[in-house]
Design a protein around this ligand. Structure first.
Ligand code: IMP
Length: 214
């Protein structure tokens, strides 16, 4: 059984749409989110911590909103910015920009304690470098016999382009009201429509295809 590690039951319901019946359940475990400039290392670190906690295959995700005209801000800091500035302020800041294009990105991190020998791209290189740079604590794990190889994690990325607009719609969560894709904000879409185009849906689709052979 795969554990989707999240405090948000909605994410598990979304994952269930992509995976065989009864193959995934929620693990309510709040792993420590490291501060990093990219989503991959955050998801990878979370997957390792969650795997050590669960001792079973785990999937974690990390997502963020990247505004082009702000050089990708808030990106990995999206949660913090949502909690502090709020999405109205993010819209106000973006309203002064010439370029209001933005994207949601999601990175899923999968870990089951085994390597990915059959896969051409087993471990995110940047994450491996980041883990090595972080020192011995990060290097612990089942991934290597010499203690320098972190627990293997497989990453899957999803992306959806759009632009920042004045808030519209009352569905969804987070930045949904100010993110427009194809003429509708995410908060105006019903759940099926959002899932069909969302960053998390795209990443889950890639994961489900790969996981079927795992
Ligand atoms: P998390 O990685 O799912 O915790 O998300 C990080 C931040 O991005 C939080 O502020 C979320 O509200 C926001 N976020 C992630 N996915 C979405 C989405 O699908 N719609 C709106 N906001 C999102």
């Amino acid at each position: 059984m795969l554990r989707y590690v999240t405090t948000n039951p909605g994410k598990v319901r979304e994952a269930e749409r992509y995976l065989p019946d009864g193959s995934v359940e929620r693990l309510d475990f709040d792993y420590a989110e490291v501060q990093a400039d990219e989503l991959g290392p955050i998801a990878a670190r979370g997957a390792r911590e969650a795997y050590r906690h669960a001792d079973a295959p785990v999937l974690v995700d990390d997502a963020g909103l990247f505004v082009e005209g702000l050089d990708g801000f808030p990106g990995p800091y999206s949660s913090y910015v949502e909690d502090t500035l709020g999405i109205e302020r993010v819209h106000e800041i973006a309203a002064d920009l010439d370029d209001r294009r933005a994207a949601f990105r999601c990175v899923l991190g999968y870990c089951d304690g085994e390597g990915f020998a059959a896969s051409p791209d087993p471990v995110d290189r940047g994450d491996r470098d980041a883990a090595a740079a972080a020192g011995p604590d990060e290097e612990r794990g089942a991934g290597g016999s010499d203690g320098t190889d972190p627990l293997p994690v497989k990453l899957f990325e999803g992306y959806v382009p759009g632009r920042i607009v004045a808030p519209r719609g009352d569905g969804g969560f987070g930045y949904d009201p100010i993110f427009e894709h194809d003429g509708e904000t995410f908060a105006e879409m019903d759940t099926d429509r959002k899932n069909a185009v969302s960053h998390r849906g795209r990443a889950l689709e890639k994961f489900a295809e790969w996981y079927a052979d795992r």
